[in-house]
Write a protein that binds this ligand. Structure first.
Ligand SMILES: Cc1cc2nc3c(=O)[nH]c(=O)nc-3n(C[C@H](O)[C@H](O)[C@H](O)COP(=O)(O)OP(=O)(O)OC[C@H]3O[C@@H](n4cnc5c(N)ncnc54)[C@H](O)[C@@H]3O)c2cc1C
Length: 477
């Protein structure tokens, strides 16, 4: 039996492990941190005595490989599908956005038409640009940012701020100036135009730690895969153009026959042997750039909204997730300022997500929190009366790679220049942006290459949702 070693227990490494383990090839996963999940993981919050996610992770209906990964491992039952999205316009009016009965690509026409914070003139400009965006990306498109494309296609500023920014910055975690036209096009085609179910948002009902640390760990280990946490890979060992093992920080060497290195792009080259890291095929990795995502976790003494989530338009806060709808918590509070006695009070937990949070780097936590609370008060005046019991701010400075024009040419394929070494990670060439879907795809592609080498030719990568007949006919998708 071939010994397969996977370095990195994020979703890319985990997906490779699941694909291989499911086919009877257990692996050894080496993860430097004390938990699995990588950028999609939780940490313990002592005040609430709960695991909270580094950031709310959501997935879309068009993410077919991530869904397959969850179905294979039994995680799918822990996701809740939102039947509608709630957009809160600048005036505070809430628009419910949901598919109608028409087939794709017309299923969301009514929902777009109903967005009260866009005028009919805005909607006409938006529809015109959306139609152009469905066309294949031209050379000129490829050379410019999506912000420039929008100006070239005469999009009014209100439409840019209230529509394009809202959808794309959430989906790609970058500012419009740093998004390529092809990545923007992919979001609209996959999520809104190609299939009726592409736009659905699925949200985990439990902390990410429960998914990857609990359920998935059990699934993998009960099938023979070994997970080594708190084991940091120092160097990949190469002999005669073949990887022979992974040297850990402790100097222990984990030998193997097939290897997957599923590390973040900013770490991978330091772990590869110099001769491999210098290969031309891998030089693009050095030019990948990171983008930050911030999340503000707030616990109030009362509910501030019944909505399961809200998309805030034209504000600093982009998404609000109502985590209380999922799990109630209690926080210890002193009864009175001069009392030593504590009592447990109910706490209502909301998480605010700010993608591409470059501008927050210049503000203090207090300033950010003040603005966030003011925005929440504008939408839900009860926030002014509510007591804030507890808060946490998390910024992941290297949350994703920036999908800038030309980025796909920098991303290497999973098969490395060394035959028994695969690369995986959301940043490898998958055609997808930095998402859980992109990470799972990369792990599936890497495992497919290994299965071929082991003469076990099996299709691992799952197909996209099929393109609706009318979408093909209207837009040639
Ligand atoms: C704040 C935030 C919000 C996000 N929101 C969403 C969302 O809503 N939807 C979505 O689809 N995606 C979202 N993403 C993106 C998504 O989390 C990532 O695309 C995905 O998790 C990347 O997985 P990965 O396996 O490629 O990389 P990683 O998760 O980075 O995994 C790499 C692993 O390697 C480990 N490692 C590093 N060095 C070593 C070493 N020397 N030895 C051993 N192990 C090592 C790391 O600890 C890590 O576990 C978000 C990301 C962030 C940060």
């Amino acid at each position: 039996m071939s010994r397969i070693v996977i370095v990195g227990g994020g979703l890319a490494g985990l997906a490779a492990a699941v694909a291989l383990t499911a086919r009877g090839f257990p692996c050894t996963i080496i993860e430097s941190r004390p938990r699995l999940g990588g950028r999609a993981s939780s940490f313990h919050d002592p005040t609430t005595n709960t695991d909270i996610d580094n950031c709310q992770h959501v997935t879309l209906g068009c993410c077919t490989n991530f869904r397959h990964f969850c179905h294979t491992t039994g995680l799918a039952e822990f996701f809740r599908r939102e039947p509608a999205l709630y957009f809160v316009g600048p005036s505070g009016k809430i628009d419910r956005f949901a598919a109608g009965s028409l087939p794709a690509p017309l299923h969301l026409t009514g929902a777009f038409a109903g967005l009260s914070y866009l005028s009919w003139k805005d909607k006409y400009a938006l529809a015109t640009a959306l139609r152009v965006l469905t066309r294949p990306v031209s050379e000129q498109d490829e050379s410019e940012s999506f912000a420039k494309w929008l100006t070239r296609h005469k999009q009014p500023q209100t439409v840019i701020d209230r529509f394009w920014f809202v959808v794309l910055v959430s989906a790609l975690s970058e500012s419009l100036e740093r998004i390529s036209v092809s990545h923007a096009r992919k979001v609209f085609v996959d999520a809104f135009l190609a299939h009726r179910n592409g736009w659905y948002v699925d949200i985990p009902d439990v902390p990410l730690e429960e998914l990857y640390g609990g359920r998935l760990t059990d699934w993998l280990t009960s099938r023979g895969t070994t997970i080594r946490l708190q084991s940091s890979a120092d160097k990949i060992e190469l002999e005669n153009d073949r990887v022979t093992g992974v040297r850990l920080g402790s100097n222990e060497v984990i030998p193997g026959d097939e290897f997957v290195v599923a590390l973040p792009f900013f770490r991978v080259l330091s772990v590869l042997p110099e001769s491999l890291a210098a290969r031309t095929e891998l030089q693009g990795i050095k030019q990948l750039e990171p983008a930050p995502i911030s999340s503000i976790h707030l616990w109030f003494d009362r509910p501030i909204t019944d909505l399961p989530h809200a998309v805030l338009v034209d504000r600093l806060c982009q998404w609000v997730f109502n985590r209380t709808a999922i799990k109630s918590v209690q926080i210890r509070q002193s009864s009175a300022p001069d009392s030593n006695e504590d009592r447990l009070v109910d706490a209502f937990y909301y998480q605010i997500v700010i993608s591409a949070s470059h501008q927050l780097e210049r503000s203090s936590k207090d300033e950010i929190q003040k603005q966030v609370l003011q925005e929440l008060t504008d939408v839900w005046p009860i926030v002014a009366e509510a007591k804030l019991l507890h808060s946490r701010h998390v910024t992941e400075h290297r949350a994703v790679f920036s999908p800038v024009p030309g980025v796909d040419a920098l991303r290497p394929v999973q098969q490395s220049p060394v035959a028994n070494l695969q690369l995986a990670g959301d940043w490898t060439r998958t055609g997808w942006p930095a998402t859980m879907e992109g990470a799972v795809r990369s792990g599936y592609l890497a495992s497919s290459n290994i299965l071929k080498r082991l003469e076990h030719d099996d299709a691992v990568l799952q197909p996209d949702l099929p393109t609706a007949t009318l979408s093909r006919w209207m837009f040639g998708l």
